[in-house]
Design a binder for this molecule. Structure first.
Ligand SMILES: Nc1ncnc2c1ncn2[C@@H]1O[C@H](COP(=O)(O)OP(=O)(O)OP(=O)(O)O)[C@@H](O)[C@H]1O
Length: 562
């Protein structure tokens, strides 16, 4: 599985404008942005993030393209992703995410995600088969609820005006499960198969209507739950090998199955009972919301603090349903973008500072996103990579290998020619030795033969230092000179053969070391070695060709004299 290079959690800050209520209260702006830089100041504090939007920073409209678009592209490559909106109540999380979609509004991130997703599917549908599912859940008072449950449910309106969904009796509660390979799944929630943008938008709208909201002093439509809208993209596409020769795809290499999830999370905002004016049910909700956010803060703290991370400190994912569900998104198999929403009003300065501190820490979280293939596709991918590697290796070796082959053939031919010439030369030399000995034997035989053992004579020296031999002759019969010459010739031939045998042995050893060289991978060294060898052989051949005429002349002279 491929692991991406830079996988820290990206953090963007979204600063909303002062809202009517804040203006009425005469609030002043307390958040400033460094021009041209993703830097935010509040009081004496200054923070740098990956992106800053709204207020005097980049326009909010760039947020999708810069922060979320790449995650949508990543989905098609098989990477899980999470977009997480965080901040105090009324800071603009729902507005930013677009979870409260109405009348097809496209200002929020989720509607833009849906548009981008279907646009991309449209361009790829001819080569890839897609399947899309959505689920929409909320965590309300530490309970996971299904916002896409199609069962008819009554929506009781509480005395506080809270429209919350109730769990249908008999239906098993939704559970968070961790599979053997550490993947977090939600069991029992509705997974709606969608094939059009409209169907997906309907799911978002339906779920948003079902989500628990209520009015507080700080937000007249405050989300009372953490909501997670999940898009699951499954794709099956044909893999074709690419020809190394002309870069065209040719061979069908099977299918690849990828499955990736995009979690779009709109958290409930942190709140202070004193400021929200909550009591009763709303107060209880607020306590639960804060508890979940506190657990989230602790997870971010454990993962984002380098010292704690190095110490291998325990990450308290299990302290709340929210952190359990976001386990993969924070420190796990996901590309994650956190959007810290802040109000610029001085009345919210303390909460905004807390949000920025948390967001700043979240930037240190390292995730480990991987391409989510099924086992067979994974195995296929490994084999494809191996094949590509071998093809590249073959291409890279193509030039030198053919060179070496040509060189080897040339060497074999040169060796054979050389061998013939050598043999010819030896024959000439032997004949010349015989001729010389015959002449010397007839005229000054004593200088050539030395008495060794009474009646035996041995050749002590000849004009050919290469050939040492002991040959026996009878001294009593000088008329046997022809016989002696024949024996001498025979002896010389035998000696030649010994010498050639030695030569062959030497050559065999040389071949063995050449074989070792061929077995190695240093083709350049091999090429140099063979070229040197060719030069040597050609030199030897030249020498032999130079000697041959002079030997012929001697032999011819001898034959003529005889
Ligand atoms: N960028 C923005 N531009 C204009 N108005 C905004 C912006 N962001 C938020 N608002 C307005 O601010 C108010 C609060 O926003 P929103 O409901 O999105 O906050 P929230 O963080 O989701 O709150 P809660 O946590 O209570 O649900 C809304 O009236 C919304 O229209």
């Amino acid at each position: 599985m491929e692991v991406t290079e830079n996988c820290s959690v990206k953090v963007a800050v979204h600063i909303r404008p002062l809202i009517a209520d804040e203006r009425t209260q005469g609030c002043k702006e307390c958040v400033t942005v460094t021009k041209g830089k993703p830097q935010v100041q509040i009081g004496t504090h200054s923070f740098t993030f990956d992106h800053v939007y709204g207020h005097a920073a980049s326009p909010s409209s760039s947020m999708f393209e810069e922060c979320v678009g790449p995650l949508v592209d990543g989905l098609f490559q098989g990477y899980n992703a999470t977009v997480l909106a965080y901040g105090q109540t009324g800071s603009g999380k729902t507005y930013t995410m677009g979870t409260a979609i109405k009348d097809g509004s496209e200002t929020g991130l989720i509607p833009q995600v849906m548009n981008a997703l279907f646009k991309k599917i449209e361009t790829l549908k001819h080569q890839t088969e897609f399947q899309l599912h959505v689920s929409f859940i909320e965590i309300l008072k530490e309970e996971v609820r299904d916002l896409l449950d199609s069962e008819p449910v009554s929506k009781p309106v509480t005395p506080n005006g809270n429209a919350a969904k109730v769990t249908v009796p008999g239906r098993p509660p939704i559970q968070i499960r961790e599979s053997s390979n550490g993947v977090i799944t939600v069991a029992g929630s509705t997974e709606v198969a969608v094939s059009t943008l409209q169907e997906m938008a309907t799911c978002l709208e339906q779920g948003s209507i079902n989500r628990a909201t209520g009015s507080t002093n700080m937000n007249n439509q405050s989300s009372r739950s953490h909501a997670i809208f999940t898009i699951t993209l499954e794709q099956m596409h044909k893999i074709q090998s690419v020809s190394a020769v002309n870069d065209t795809s040719d061979e069908d290499m099977g299918e690849e199955y990828l499955c990736a999830k995009l979690h779009l999370v709109d958290l409930a905002g942190s709140e202070r009972a004193k400021r929200t004016g909550s009591d009763g049910l709303r107060l209880k909700e607020g306590i639960h919301i804060n508890r979940g956010l506190l657990a989230l803060g602790n997870v971010i703290s454990a993962l984002g603090d380098e010292k704690k991370r190095k110490e291998g400190v325990h990450v308290p994912y299990r302290d709340s349903k929210l952190t359990r569900l976001l386990q993969d998104s924070l420190g796990g198999n996901s590309k994650t973008v956190m959007i810290a929403c802040v109000s610029p009003a001085d009345i919210n300065a303390e909460e905004s500072l807390n949000t920025l501190k948390y967001a700043n820490r979240a930037r240190n979280i390292q995730n480990k996103p991987v391409v989510n293939r099924d086992l067979v596709s994974n195995e296929m991918q490994k084999m494809r990579q191996q094949l590509q590697y071998l093809q590249a290796e073959l291409c890279a070796r193509g030039g030198p290998t053919s060179d070496i082959q040509t060189l080897k053939e040339r060497i074999t031919w040169l060796e054979a020619t050389n061998e013939d010439l050598r043999r010819e030369l030896h024959e000439y030399r032997s004949l010349r030795a015989v001729a010389e000995c015959c002449e010397t034997g007839a005229q000054e035989s004593r200088s050539c033969f030395v008495k060794i053992d009474g009646n035996k004579r041995a050749i002590q020296s000849m004009d050919l230092p290469d050939y040492q031999m002991d040959e026996v002759l009878s001294d009593d019969n000088p008329g046997e000179i022809d016989e002696v010459a024949k024996e001498l010739e025979h002896a010389l031939r035998r000696n030649n053969m010994d010498r050639e045998l030695n030569e062959l042995n030497k050559r065999l050893e040389q071949k063995e070391s050449e074989m070792k060289l061929v077995g190695g991978t240093d083709t350049e060294a091999l090429k140099q070695h063979f070229q040197k060898k060719i030069t040597e052989l050609e030199e030897e051949k030249r020498t032999v060709q130079v000697i041959r005429p002079s030997v012929s002349v001697v032999l011819y002279a001898f034959c003529s004299n005889a």
